[in-house]
Design a protein around this ligand. Structure first.
Ligand SMILES: Nc1nc2c(ncn2[C@@H]2O[C@H](COP(=O)(O)OP(=O)(O)OP(=O)(O)O)[C@@H](O)[C@H]2O)c(=O)[nH]1
Ligand SMILES: [Mg+2]
Length: 446
């Protein structure tokens, strides 16, 4: 905590501007000693100053804007590119700063009580956000709304603990019935809140990792054609030869603020070709790991019994949408089951609007999860999920204990355990290893 750290906060490469951050007790002194302009030691907090940054030998590196905060910390805005930012950083190190570790600035903000741990983690999520919805959720978490939900939960648990410790003593005959009812109600409400948060992790995963839509089907059904149409570019090889695609081919698209990861796969069939057989194995594995399966078949052939059996099996695991493709080859499309969409992937390549019904269904398939969830209470982080699950276990133990009329102080032990689990999320209770692991996910300069 006592050292002064420095790092380039912006991405490398050609850019109009770059920012070098300095933080720690000597932050202002270090910058002032290589800054030509006003004496930064004498300026007010939250002020900006134009000047020149000089090397230790007094040679100018760049014209810069220095921002001074009496936290103390400072930010130097210089010109971007491959030279000025690293030279400025080197000069700051020569004047006594140390290179910052990944996440060290945010870690300091956490240790200084400016952010709780869940908010600090939201900073990393914000940096890694790859769709506008994921961005919105991490921003809300950074602003502390998620922590407010946890705080509310903590308050509920504290109230329960106090109540149990003060009031509940089954050994005395006169435990008021109203008290018991109130206790049960509180435990039930806490269970409900915890279950809601845990359920939201599914949405959190979809936001964080994108929605994995696997395109499967028999060879030549038009899977690769559909992939190309969906992502609007010629990503996968399309040919009239069955068995063209072997490897999984992934391409992304942002649709309605969500990131979709479409995965094209090898056509499913028994084959003596060793390489194609490996492709088919990979296709099966990809289907098992999908969030949604788009099953493409040739409308002129229909679905055979093996395919129907496969689909029945997959439907028990995940949502399946069937695409009856090559509709252009049939004048009148035959009747198809309800979860099947008639399409001509080949023509959709030129006419995107033809994909609208497909996209609508895809978005709806995942959006029902999304719209049921308050986006400020989405659990995006596996660490949080584990602590919430343990908290729920502890609350369930307390509920069982209450039903068995175990003594109040034993119930209180379960509830204290739940409180500890929540405290670990916001960082009230943590150890150094956990902190190191969390902040090492960050990039340098954050
Ligand atoms: N008429 C018509 N032809 C299509 C349509 N979609 C795809 N095709 C054709 O069907 C053939 C196979 O298309 P692909 O997209 O390569 O099929 P695939 O399912 O990826 O095949 P594999 O990679 O071998 O498993 C190509 O000649 C495509 O031009 C369609 O909607 N209508
Ligand atoms: Mg293909």
């Amino acid at each position: 905590m006592s050292t002064t750290i420095a790092a380039i906060a912006t991405a490398r490469g050609q850019a109009a501007l770059a920012i070098v951050r300095v933080s720690g007790p000597e932050a202002v002194e270090v910058v002032a000693s290589c800054f030509q302009g006003r004496d930064l030691r004498a300026v007010d907090s939250h002020t900006v100053h134009v000047g020149h940054l000089l090397t230790a030998d007094g040679a100018p590196i760049d014209q810069v804007v220095a921002t001074v905060y009496r936290a103390p910390r400072s930010e130097i805005t210089c010109h971007g590119g491959d030279f000025a930012p690293p030279m400025i950083l080197e000069t700051l190190v020569q004047h006594g700063a140390r290179l910052a570790q990944p996440g060290e600035f945010t870690q300091r903000a956490f240790l200084n009580g400016k952010l709780d741990l869940a908010q600090a983690e939201a900073v990393a999520d914000l940096i890694h956000a790859s769709s506008s919805r994921a961005h919105r959720v991490s921003l809300q978490q950074l602003q502390g709304r998620y922590s407010e939900h946890l705080q509310h939960l903590r308050d509920e648990l504290l109230e329960l603990c106090a109540f149990i410790e003060l009031e509940l003593d089954f050994a005395e005959e006169d435990v008021a019935f109203a008290d018991l009812q109130r206790l049960e109600r509180l435990l039930e409400s806490t269970t409900h809140t915890l279950e809601g948060l845990l359920k939201s992790y599914r949405v959190g995963e979809l936001l964080r990792d994108g929605v994995r839509v696997v395109i499967g089907g028999r060879p030549n059904a038009g899977k690769s054609t559909l992939l190309n149409a969906l992502v609007g570019r010629d990503r996968a090889i399309v040919s009239a030869t069955p068995g063209t695609t072997r490897d999984e081919i992934e391409a992304e698209a942002e649709i309605e603020g969500l990131r979709f990861r479409f995965v094209d796969t090898a056509g499913l069939r028994a084959t003596a070709d060793e390489i194609e057989a490996e492709g088919v194995r990979r296709a099966r594995r990809a289907i098992d790991h999908a969030d949604v399966l788009l099953y493409v078949y040739d409308l002129t052939h229909g679905l055979d019994l093996d395919e129907q059996a496969l689909l029945d099996d997959v439907r028990t695991q995940l949502p399946v949408l069937c695409i009856a493709n090559k509709a252009d080859l049939l004048g009148d499309a035959p009747a198809v089951p309800a979860d099947t969409l008639v399409l001509s992937a080949k023509h959709a390549t030129a006419d995107e609007a033809m994909l609208d019904p497909l996209i609508r269904i895809l978005v709806d398939t995942v959006a029902s999860d999304l719209s049921d969830t308050d986006s400020s209470a989405v659990v995006m982080n596996q660490r949080h999920r584990q602590h919430l699950a343990s908290a729920l276990d502890a609350v369930q133990d307390a509920r069982r204990g209450l039903a068995l009329q175990v003594p109040g102080d034993l119930l209180a032990i379960d509830l204290r355990k739940a409180l500890e689990e929540l405290g670990a999320i916001t960082g009230e209770i943590t150890n150094e290893d956990v902190l190191d692991q969390i902040f090492s996910r960050f990039c340098i300069g954050k």
